[in-house]
Write a protein that binds this ligand. Structure first.
Ligand code: TGC
Ligand code: FAD
Length: 392
């Protein structure tokens, strides 16, 4: 793969809106990605393997629990810093950002928000340091966009619960030490359970043959009469709103992350357009190529502004779920379109692993599907503005 010469586009001087701390956090993540991710990522994506050696680096840049309070091992940062870290990691690879998103927003967040003090103290420091990796089991083979239909269930056996069912498409599953699993009790109410590797009847087979997110490990969670200690139930929130609340935090991070992937594709295509000569000129001198680049930087700038504003609202606890859906949907769609156009600008070279664009393009096919598909987020906006529910 070519050396990482990335220079971040900032067409509207958005750096002026960031605090010194934001810039420090962002620059540390950017330098780490250049040093520890870019040189190895293509190889791991080709091998379809998650590079476990980067886990400690992710912890060091604060990617595991950026906004979780320091008393639990988190970085205690604000929501814009969290977003900037996700942006920089996804600039390297969406699969690596997935691992960080799941760990922070889908595992640490529910333990912090819905867990008790004993659970927080037991799990959060280990997850923040990367000693343990977690995963989040909501999706099932027959229930993806409609998680409320889930059939995974647990029965109260007096001194313990008995868990049965299966989850599918679970990021980090093949090596996670703990899974936050959403399951129904005997009345049909959804609860979160902490299921640890090694519990009898709990297995996590890996999902193979993915063309997307190849550097991220995906798997199933299978529960065959798993005995769950009662103290492993998250006590402070139940119902579908509990897992959906975690998704708000992860979708927010993805909105930032997608900008990172788009910036990398744009920056690569811009550099290539000045170097690649055809018809005696750099291809960047042709109007059709300039149109592509001009539209890319316009869309990136719009997404940066949208997401920065969302970050301010998040910091003020004012961001709504529908606002987050709009940003996730817009930014991932923006990134996937930019990846496709940037790929074309590189001609044949664009399909090779010499450049990051094709990998980003394939990765974004997962990003546009997980955490709520493109169409589901449109319907969430539709419901918000009309008050009419397309899901019922
Ligand atoms: P609905 O009746 O609308 O809502 C049920 C309850 O939930 C509340 N709620 C929310 N709460 C917090 N945050 C949100 N975003 C919320 N959205 C809804 C709602 O108020 C209600 O509460 P209550 O108290 O009245 O019961 O639910 P529905 O069954 O009609 O479904 C709505 C729909 C389709 C929008 C929702 O289910 C949905 O978002 N579906 C998409 C599923 C999804 O995003 N799955 C993601 C799985 S995890 C994943 O993909 C990880 S990828 C990780 C990576 O690698 O990065
Ligand atoms: P379906 O729900 O079957 O949707 C199929 C199509 O129908 C989509 O285009 C959808 O938009 C459309 N559709 C569905 N309902 C409607 C409707 N009402 N109106 C209009 N169109 C509709 N899940 C987890 O729980 N944890 C994870 O860690 C996780 N990681 C993932 C990693 C990867 C690589 C992938 C690909 C997925 C992951 N997921 C995870 C699952 C992901 O969240 C689901 O794939 C996603 O929610 C969509 O569900 P589905 O695949 O079952 O598609």
């Amino acid at each position: 793969m070519k050396p990482d010469l990335f220079e971040a586009p900032d067409y509207y001087n958005l750096d002026d809106l960031l605090s010194d701390e934001h810039k420090l956090v962002r620059d540390a993540a950017r330098a780490w990605v250049k040093r520890d991710v870019s040189p190895i990522i293509e190889d791991y994506a080709q091998k379809a393997e998650f590079p476990k050696q980067i886990i400690s680096g992710l912890a060091e840049i604060g990617a595991f629990g950026p906004y979780i309070p320091e008393e639990y091992g988190g970085a205690g940062l604000d929501q814009i810093s969290y977003g900037l870290i996700m942006q920089e990691i996804e600039r390297g690879d969406s699969g690596i950002r997935s691992t960080a998103s799941v760990q922070s927003s889908l595992v640490m967040y529910p333990i912090w928000k819905y867990g008790n003090e004993t659970q927080r103290k037991r799990y959060l420091p280990k997850l923040a340091s990367g000693e343990w990796i977690g995963c989040f089991g909501l999706t099932e083979p027959d229930h993806g966009s409609n998680p409320s239909g889930m059939t995974t269930n647990f029965k109260d056996m007096g001194d313990h619960y008995l868990l049965n069912g299966a989850k599918m498409w679970i990021s980090n599953a093949p090596f996670a030490q703990v899974a936050v699993v959403w399951a129904k009790d005997e009345t049909g109410r959804i609860h979160g359970l902490l299921v640890e590797r090694g519990m009898e009847g709990f297995t996590t087979p890996e999902t193979h043959n993915k063309w997307s997110l190849r550097a991220s490990a995906t798997g199933e969670l299978i529960f065959d009469n798993v005995i769950i200690p009662k103290e492993n139930l998250l006590p402070n929130k139940s119902g579908l709103g509990a897992p959906l609340g975690c998704l708000d935090s992860a979708r927010y991070g993805i909105a930032w992350g997608a900008i990172g992937a788009a910036m990398d594709c744009y920056d690569t295509a811009l550099r290539y357009s000045k170097e690649r000569m055809q018809f005696g000129k750099p291809i960047g001198q042709f109007q059709l190529q300039q149109k592509k680049l001009a539209e890319m930087i316009t869309e990136i700038t719009k997404a940066q502004l949208l997401t920065w504003r969302l970050g301010v609202l998040k910091n003020e606890n004012k961001a709504t779920s529908a606002q987050i859906s709009m940003a996730k949907r817009n930014n991932v769609d923006m990134a996937i379109t930019i990846a496709r156009n940037a790929r074309q600008m590189l001609g044949g070279m664009g399909i090779t692993g010499e450049y990051s664009i094709m990998r980003h393009s394939m990765n974004l096919e997962s990003v546009i599907t997980y955490e709520g598909t493109h169409d589901i987020h449109l319907l969430i906006t539709g419901l918000d503005i009309t008050g009419l529910n397309a899901f019922k």
